[in-house]
Design a protein around this ligand. Structure first.
Ligand SMILES: Cc1cc2nc3c(=O)[nH]c(=O)nc-3n(C[C@H](O)[C@H](O)[C@H](O)COP(=O)(O)O)c2cc1C
Length: 188
């Protein structure tokens, strides 16, 4: 990183908008956090569908909504297209999907763990999502009705902000060269 503050790309794939809104909230909290302000951090949120290039940034938060246990294609394509750049930067992953209380499904998306290992991510956090029937396609509506999935907006903005603040603190520590302990770092 150079003398200016770290530039952070926050990019996520979304089908119905709710994960884009989580990415925007993460970017805002990163920039506005005490740790972020102390190092002049600036975070930009961009849809993964716009294929942002991570190599213009010092660190990356990459995420996706989860459908049928998997990340969306736009996020997976970013991983494939920019594996080396993502591996070379501090990277955090986020997934958004589980609905209801307690969150369902409880399982992690099956590909995010693989991506985290492959890219050397510093963490992967799963956040609750939003299921708004008015935004779904006919097929999706039929599926969630058949599964009796709970409908509503279960996004936890306080948890999103707290996670972003922890990421900003970790980035500030990396910048200062201090030893870094991450709450949701992957083993190995
Ligand atoms: C057809 C369908 C399948 C889904 N499958 C999963 C799933 O396997 N795991 C999960 O955690 N959430 C699942 N969800 C919930 C979505 O991930 C959740 O609604 C999310 O917030 C949508 O994000 P988006 O608005 O950014 O597209 C599913 C939703 C739909 C409509």
């Amino acid at each position: 990183m150079t003398a200016r503050g770290p530039r952070v790309l926050v990019t996520a794939a979304s089908k119905h908008g709710s994960t884009h809104e989580i990415a925007s909230a993460v970017a805002r909290s990163l920039t506005d956090s005490a740790a972020g302000r102390s190092v002049g951090l600036f975070a930009s949120a961009m849809p993964a569908e716009n294929r942002p290039d991570p190599s213009g940034f010092d660190a990356v938060v990459l995420g996706s909504a989860v459908y049928a246990g998997s990340w969306l294609t736009a996020a997976k394509d970013l991983v494939t297209a920019h594996t080396a750049a993502l591996r070379a930067r501090p990277l955090w992953l986020l997934s958004s999907g589980p609905i209801g209380a307690p969150p369902f499904p409880p399982d992690e998306p099956y590909d995010a763990g693989t991506f985290a290992q492959m890219l050397g991510a510093r963490g992967h956090r799963v956040f609750p999502g939003r299921l708004d029937k008015t935004r779904l396609s006919f097929g999706e509506r039929a599926m969630v009705t058949a599964m009796r999935a709970p409908v509503g907006d279960f996004r936890d903005w306080a948890a999103v902000a707290a996670w972003a603040e922890a990421v900003a603190a970790e980035l500030a520590a990396i910048r200062s060269g201090a030893p870094v302990a991450s709450a949701d770092r992957f083993p190995g």
